[in-house]
Each structure stands twice: as structure tokens, then as C-alpha cells.
Design a protein. Structure first.
Length: 120
DNA sequence: ATGCTGACGTCGC
DNA sequence: CGCGACGCCAGCA
């Protein structure tokens, strides 16, 4: 076996884990890229989570990416959504108030995978 | 191969 | 408290 694993395989695993976590987000709840990155052991690698989200639309199973925002609760990636319906509207339909692309009471709806989910 | 960019986050000034 | 710089890692010119 090669000493070095293929990065693509590792990435794939990382992406899958991201999707899995995102899909576990309950309706009406939101989380942040950093929280997911931290949960996956990629502290500071929040950008990779965002990268994974960018490719989330390629996944067969639906990924509620609209429930993932930055740590400020701002809909940073709303413009990147493939869906016609704005990210804000999707969140509002789940009972989350959004003002100026920012989630109100973000802490209240925040869903921390490390807290809600147990270490597997 | 090198450098810039990107759906972020943390630290320093 | 606002702004800038660095770090993270993968994709792409």
C-alpha cells in the first residue's frame, strides 16, 4: 500500500461527511461552516466546507445547504444557490427570520453538530 | 510548477 | 469596535 493516500479519496470522504452532517440538520435549524469544519477536525478549514457546499448540488441526495451559513449567521452563499427560490425564503419557510441576509436570533437556531451529535 | 481565488474563521492592530 | 492580514486546502489559469 502506498504510504500516502490519494488526496482525492480523502477529499471525497471529507465532502461526504460534510453532506452527511448538513443533511442531519433538523428543519428550522441552522449551522455554520466553521462548526462543521471543527466537527470534522478541520479547524480553520471552513472554506473547504464552503467548497463542499459548492459541489453539494452535484450530490444525488438533496443537501439543505440553505441551513448552512457563516458564523455571523449571514447568508454568505445565497447567490450561489442553484435553486430559484432565494435562500432567505427557504429559511423563512422553516420558521427562521431573516433580515438583510442575516438570520435573526442566530444563536437560538444554531445547531452545533459537535453538541447535538455525539462523536462517532 | 507557481500563484490567485474562494459559500470562512481567527488573531492582531 | 472596525479593518486588515494570515491560515486553511482544493481547484484552476
Amino acid at each position: 500500500m502506498a504510504k500516502t493516500l490519494k488526496l482525492s479519496e480523502k477529499n471525497k470522504d471529507f465532502f461526504e461527511m460534510v453532506y452527511q452532517v448538513v443533511r442531519l440538520i433538523p428543519e428550522g435549524r441552522v449551522t455554520s461552516y466553521g462548526a462543521i469544519a471543527n466537527y470534522l477536525g478541520r479547524r480553520g478549514g471552513a472554506r473547504m466546507v464552503g467548497w463542499a457546499m459548492n459541489a453539494s448540488h452535484t450530490q444525488r441526495e438533496y443537501v439543505p445547504a440553505h441551513r448552512v451559513v457563516n458564523r455571523n449567521g449571514v447568508l454568505s452563499g445565497k447567490h450561489h444557490f442553484p435553486t430559484e427560490k432565494p435562500m432567505q425564503l427557504s429559511l423563512e419557510q422553516e420558521g427562521i427570520e431573516v433580515k438583510e441576509d442575516q438570520i435573526l436570533e442566530f444563536e437560538k437556531f444554531f445547531w452545533d453538530p459537535q453538541q447535538e451529535l455525539d462523536w462517532d
